[in-house]
Design a protein around this ligand. Structure first.
Ligand code: NAD
Length: 288
């Protein structure tokens, strides 16, 4: 090991991502806190994680002993400052809002010990946009998990131009110690690697559909039967949420200024019609 080994991890945000990231850390043996500003988010995370771990134990995916030991190491709290003062690594997984994240990074910088690494799980906000709110930009990078974080193997480690090699190495080592497969990016790029690959496939699928080359159902069939994708791009949009797809495109346009980044016509139409996919009962497919 070339880098100092972290022992204590604080995860900020107890939502869909933060709660599972914290569980991953606790299962891997780290003393972990999961912190939220909202007590009900903390309570919900605790309930959902217990339910999920109970299911995993019942299905013999984990032992009851491992799960009990992980919960011993995991603290659910709203006491951000008390936790951050002990942290070797802070993983920020709060709401996707640049203003909130910049304020958080500035405050964490004041509270955390000097050696603490501050990483963000953001999918769209590159770390250079929060690093300059701190006095330690060399200890800041993106550390990007995939949903559901308890299951998905990939973690993208994305340095900004001022991130130190030592921070990147610590982040890569941390990802491996969590049982994940890190993917190291050499520089910042909107969407990172995996979501860019997905975006390219989605863009082409939408173009083929909008040009009248094939029905969306047939494009999904081609992806599954010729490329062995577990889901077609249209099925996946319905699962992720067409509102989310729409927002991702707008966020990318904000960063690139390239009109090609804007949502495709059919996405805009579905978004305006409130057809978001599974969550509304209708998207590309009908779930009613
Ligand atoms: N949902 C995904 O599929 C996914 C995948 C990868 C990365 N991400 C990224 O992870 C981050 C979190 O996404 P999510 O889906 O878990 O969101 P979410 O809305 O489920 O949870 C966000 C949580 O942050 C809390 N929060 C807001 N402001 C806070 C603050 N100042 N301090 C502490 N907690 C605060 C909220 O109360 C909420 O519980 C985002 O940056 C997102 O880009 C999301």
């Amino acid at each position: 090991m070339t880098t100092e080994t972290p022992k204590h991890i604080t995860v900020i945000g107890a939502g869909a991502m933060g709660s599972q990231i914290a569980m991953v850390c606790a299962l891997a043996g780290y003393d972990t806190d999961v912190v939220d500003i909202a007590q009900d988010a903390v309570d919900r995370a605790e309930t959902q994680l217990h339910e999920r771990m109970d299911r995993d134990v019942a299905k013999q995916r984990r032992t009851a002993e491992d799960v009990a030991a992980a919960f011993e190491r995991l603290t659910f709290t709203t006491d951000r400052d008390g936790c951050a003062a002990q942290a070797d690594v802070v993983i920020e997984a709060a709401v996707e809002d640049l203003g909130i994240k910049r304020k958080l990074f500035a405050e964490l910088d004041r509270i955390c010990p000097e050696h603490t690494i501050l990483v963000t799980n953001s999918s769209n906000i590159v770390s250079s946009r929060v690093a300059d709110a701190t006095g330690r930009p060399e200890k800041v990078c993106n550390f990007h998990f995939f949903n559901p974080a308890l299951v998905m193997q990939c973690v993208e480690v994305v340095p900004h131009v001022g991130t130190s090699r030592k921070t990147v190495d610590t982040a890569l080592e941390l990802a491996r110690s969590l049982g994940k497969q890190p993917v190291e990016l050499k520089k910042e790029v909107p969407g990172f690697v995996a979501n860019r690959l997905l975006g390219a496939l989605r863009t082409e699928a939408l173009k083929l559909y909008e040009d009248g080359v094939a029905d969306f159902e047939d494009i999904d069939i081609a992806a599954k039967t010729a490329l062995r994708h577990p889901m077609g791009p249209f099925e996946l949009m319905d699962l992720v949420g067409i509102d989310v797809v729409h927002l991702i495109r707008l966020a990318e346009y904000e960063q690139t200024g390239d009109p090609a980044s804007l949502p495709a016509r059919s996405i805009r139409e579905k978004y305006e019609a409130g057809e978001y996919g599974r969550k509304t009962g209708k998207g590309w497919y009908d779930y009613s």
